[in-house]
Design a protein around this ligand. Structure first.
Ligand code: HPA
Length: 285
């Protein structure tokens, strides 16, 4: 996957959607409904985009949706490429590299994740403040192309503090407005802050592993996001990361974990999640 490949993919997308896109959103498992809110949408299945792989997991539509949200042009990745599906890291990060060549400035990465925190029950949204890369691979391993970025990228602030601040303010505003309207199912602290620990999957973790990752500082465990976040920072894009906590991680309750539960929780929080994304995007573009 070369720089030229990313340019070619970007040129193709621009030929279908010529507007300047400043913000791209990657939607996690069960969170695809956000793409339905995009106006004047141009939908491009991944297989049509040069050099893009295809998404195979249930719950991921596998298309890029370009269009307007509150008058802002956005690109929304409805379905991502996961390492556990068998794609290599080059394929996993390729869409983000394409966004960079399209002139995108901000990338919002979302995912479904398991909570290692008794205080973050399913339905909580977690603003990612930092990550632990426990996937066993780094997407930038290999020859570096300086046109993307430097050989040894700094990772001190992967998740942009300014974007985090905006997300916090908008979450507070949503909680306040909903409380006034009597929607007391939306808790004032529905957006918590925490560290996302990325594993390769596709198995969920064992209870012993969950205890280990929690001790290492991970507040949530998941199987995505970190490769894209690294690729985005390499290119100087700003990153905002939001996890939807869909379940307690293995061993935290007596229950087993299944993919259906993950998808159901995503659907349950869809409304507030979409509202948060919409408000954040209208402020950052
Ligand atoms: N572990 C890893 N990935 C996940 C989980 C989990 O518990 N829930 C959703 N994605």
């Amino acid at each position: 996957m070369t720089y030229e490949n990313a340019v070619e993919a970007a040129e193709f997308i621009k030929s279908r959607y010529p507007h300047a896109v400043e913000t791209a959103v990657v939607l996690g498992s069960g969170l695809g409904a956000f793409a339905d809110d995009i106006g004047n949408a141009v939908k491009i299945p991944y297989e049509q985009i040069p050099h893009f792989a295809r998404s195979t997991v249930e719950g991921h539509a596998g298309q890029l949706v370009l269009g307007e949200l509150d008058g802002k042009h956005v690109a929304v990745q409805q379905g991502r490429f996961h390492f556990y599906e068998g794609y290599d890291m080059q394929q996993v990060m390729f869409p983000v590299r394409t966004f960079g060549r399209m002139g995108v400035k901000n990338v919002i990465l979302t995912n479904a994740a398991g909570s290692t925190e008794p205080e973050f029950p399913p339905g909580t949204l977690m603003l990612i403040t930092d990550h632990l890369n426990c996937m066993g691979e780094n997407p930038l391993r290999g020859k570096n192309d300086e046109r993307f970025g430097v050989r040894f990228p700094d990772m001190t602030e992967v998740y942009d503090c300014g974007l985090q601040q905006i997300a916090n303010e908008e979450a507070d505003a949503i909680a306040h407005e909903r409380f006034e309207k009597g929607h007391d199912e939306v808790k004032t602290d529905f957006l918590r802050r925490g560290i996302y620990c990325a594993l390769s999957g596709p198995t969920y973790e064992t209870p012993a592993e969950v205890r280990m990752y929690r001790q290492l500082g991970g507040n949530a465990v998941g199987m995505s996001t970190v490769p894209e976040a690294i690729a985005a920072r390499h290119q100087g894009l700003k990153v905002l990361g939001i996890s939807c906590i869909t379940n307690f991680a293995a061993g935290m309750t007596g229950e087993n974990i299944n993919h259906e539960e993950v998808m159901e929780t995503g659907a349950r929080v869809a409304e507030v999640f979409k509202e948060l994304l919409r408000r954040v995007i209208s402020r950052i573009n």
